[in-house]
Design a protein around this ligand. Sequence first.
Ligand SMILES: [Cu+2]
Length: 245
Amino acid sequence: MKMDGMNHSGHDQSAGMKMDGMKTPNYTHALTMEKMAMGQDVSGVDHSKHSHDMSSMKVDLDSIEIPMDMNPTLPQISVPKKEGPQIDMRATGAKYRLDDPGVGLRNNGRKVLTYADLRNLYPTRHEPQPTKELVLHLTGNMERYMWSIDGITFDEAPPLQFNFGERIRITFINDTMMNHPMHLHGVWSELETGDENHIPRKHTVIVQPGAKISYRVTMNARGDWAYHCHMLYHMMGMFRRVQIR
Ligand SMILES: [Cu+2]
């Protein structure tokens, strides 16, 4: 079976997971913060022409960007994991690659929009920082076309349980060579793009092969919710029940 135009037969695993020199998003806000700390103007207004106009003292709030810590130290939620033939590869050194257009769309001469370009039109709501992190590995065996999360399929997995109102950071590491659009029902997935002030709120978040992605969730909807990959053929394994109590 051939998928996504990739030839999976007999591929070298290390070569297969090699990143093509991709980098994490370039954040300009650190520099912006530095300038502001030094008392420099960051609003882009030329104050020299109207230095007596008090309105020019106004700081453009939109330009104040708070650096986002992409590797915060948070207590980890422990989840069961299983090794075995259901996992045929691991993404060692998975990185945030939000600016990567993805397989087949890189360096093709066109501007390709990526998650790094996604910006909420409205300022981020004032939500507390997450208190815990849930790290999940998207796992599989390409040859056997088996899919799982942390090596465990839906029928074997205990539900993921959260307390109502909890603020959680979820990080996915995609150990496979396919994209997995992960959908957590019932609550918003607030994607970490690097821009702390305009965090996009999503339902489904695509996790690219060999990549890492993080988002924040406020568990503010009581009930049992589906959490799954949106690829129909992956869903049986890449599925979890989420319980918010
Ligand atoms: Cu999938």
